[in-house]
Ligand binder design. Structure first.
Ligand SMILES: C[S@@+](CC[C@H](N)C(=O)[O-])C[C@H]1O[C@@H](n2cnc3c(N)ncnc32)[C@H](O)[C@@H]1O
Length: 222
């Protein structure tokens, strides 16, 4: 992702938007990679945003907004970005809303700016073998969880809930993501859906920036 940002800016300090950025994982890497950079993390989860505020520095702004509501753009400190970056998040949004969001994102990019979405996106050419790749990936991940090498999303949340200092933020989190509803629907279209949606949203170029097994990153260039 950051290589693509470099290519888009020609080495000039980038202005980045980290969409549904959670704790700011992408922004943290961007702050380490670019000495001069302006970043904005947008998310609606109060717990994750509090962690982002605590771990990022003054080069990053942290904004609370709901991407399901098209007025989210009004919460941003800038209206023009060199790159909009997002990972493992767009599958939380329903199809129609994601189509609209792709247009809104394009509207926030300067000409030549890039949007990159990394997520689980099947390769259309591998309908059956892709499922086997995914099963293997899931099994490997479950083994890492079982070995305690890494926390699952659910176990991570259990740890946060067990920490009293998060009680108020957890109450807010539960209002936004009621536990009885589950946090999100999983809508995971293949890579072709994303490329078509990017073209439909008016991006001048749309393609695959990266692929690793069942996961991919698509890029749209304004
Ligand atoms: C799996 S996390 C990924 C976070 C981050 N991009 C990362 O890779 O570490 C998905 C994120 O999408 C955010 N999200 C989902 N729906 C959202 C919405 N409607 N508005 C804002 N953020 C949303 C969630 O709050 C969560 O932080």
């Amino acid at each position: 992702m950051l290589d693509a940002v470099d290519a888009a800016t020609g080495g000039e300090p980038p202005r980045l938007l980290d969409l549904a950025g959670g704790t700011g994982t992408i922004t943290l890497r961007a702050l380490a990679h670019f000495r001069t950079v302006t970043a904005t993390v947008v998310d609606q989860d109060p717990v994750l945003l509090a962690l982002a505020r605590a771990s990022l520095d003054e080069r990053a702004a942290v904004v609370a907004a709901d991407l399901n509501d098209s007025s989210w753009v009004e919460s941003l400190p800038h209206r023009e970005f060199d790159a909009v970056l997002t990972a493992t998040a767009m599958h939380w949004l329903p199809e129609q809303r994601l189509n609209e969001l792709y247009s809104e994102i394009r509207g926030l990019l300067r000409p030549g700016g890039v949007f990159i979405n990394a997520d689980q996106m099947a390769d259309d050419g591998l309908p059956a073998f892709g499922k086997r790749l995914l099963e293997r990936e899931d099994a490997r991940r479950d083994a890492r969880y079982a070995a305690g090498a890494v926390l699952s999303w659910r176990d991570w949340w259990d740890k946060v809930r067990a920490d009293e200092s998060f009680a108020e933020l957890i109450a807010e989190h539960d209002r936004i993501y009621p536990p009885e509803r589950g946090t999100h629907t999983e809508w995971l279209p293949p890579v072709s859906w994303h490329l078509e949606a990017l073209r439909g949203a008016g991006f001048a170029e749309a393609g695959i920036l990266w692929r690793g097994g069942p996961d991919a990153a698509v890029i749209g260039v304004r």
